[in-house]
Design a protein around this ligand. Sequence first.
Ligand code: ADE
Ligand code: ZN
Length: 329
Amino acid sequence: MPLPKAELHLHIEGTLEPELAFELAARNGVELAYADTDELREAYRFQDLQSFLNLYYELMAVLRTERDFEDLANAYLARAAAQGVRHAEIFFDPQAHLARGLTMGTVVEGLWRALGRSEENHGVSTRLILCFLRDESAESALETLRAARPYLDRITGIGLDSAEVGHPPVKFREVYEAAAALGLRRVAHAGEEGPPEYITEALDVLGVERVDHGLRCMEDPALVERLVRERIPLTLCPLSNVRLRAVDNLADHPLPAMLDAGLLCTVNSDDPAYFGGYADDNFRAVDETLGLGEDRLRELARNSFLASFLEDDEERRAHCLAEVADYVF
Ligand code: ADE
Ligand code: ZN
């Protein structure tokens, strides 16, 4: 039985496995540029974030109906449950779907068909986080938040993803202020490829409660000290960092140094269909390669529940934390 954990950095579109991509393509009459799943997997050699994003957006073409989003989410939740995930805070990228002519309702209601029943069907509680694409305009983000207004009972928070460099957090000040006024929780990708200054800006200008990746904070000791002091969680994604070449190889990953520094680190899978592993695959990879050991693994699992947005269900958080404390390796 895998260690119980929460997944806090997971793009639902990044869980689209090649087999499901072809199944949905056939169902919807969408032509893919690959002959079969083997040929598609051949394309999973990324030089950087952008080269991944190109394929990630291309394959979204197979997602057309509520049922497609429901099937995608159920496939993820079943895999996550098998990997010990008890709670998942799931990102989605509505702008990428609206641009293809879908409606916000198709995306959110489709996902909700799976998420709304996830605790009973999979034993995984869920939250939904709407991400803005930072390489789109600030106006587009505001429009997207407006389109989400009828669905805010389904949405816990907002995030910021896609191409980071050249798109600093400050560009999205207004939409983050509007989201805060609506009572939404706030996170943002920062310091994946972008500089440590983007992390500071996400905290100071956007008011984020959690930083997605945050890897490059290690270049700025004063920032590390602040993140430790303010107990700001970082949602690290080790296998993603290797595949997108944020680190040369897993043995060079700064996770052990980050934990030693006292940072509130969590381990997550980002886009598991593309990066070679789901939540527990990431835990096992860092354990095997970085020699973390049982105490550190338990700390990471505990951190994941502490950093989660379970304030509206403290009973569940306590239950999950007890499971982590009682876990026998
Ligand atoms: N969208 C999906 N995965 C992402 C990542 N790792 N960074 C930024 N945007 C993303
Ligand atoms: Zn991400």
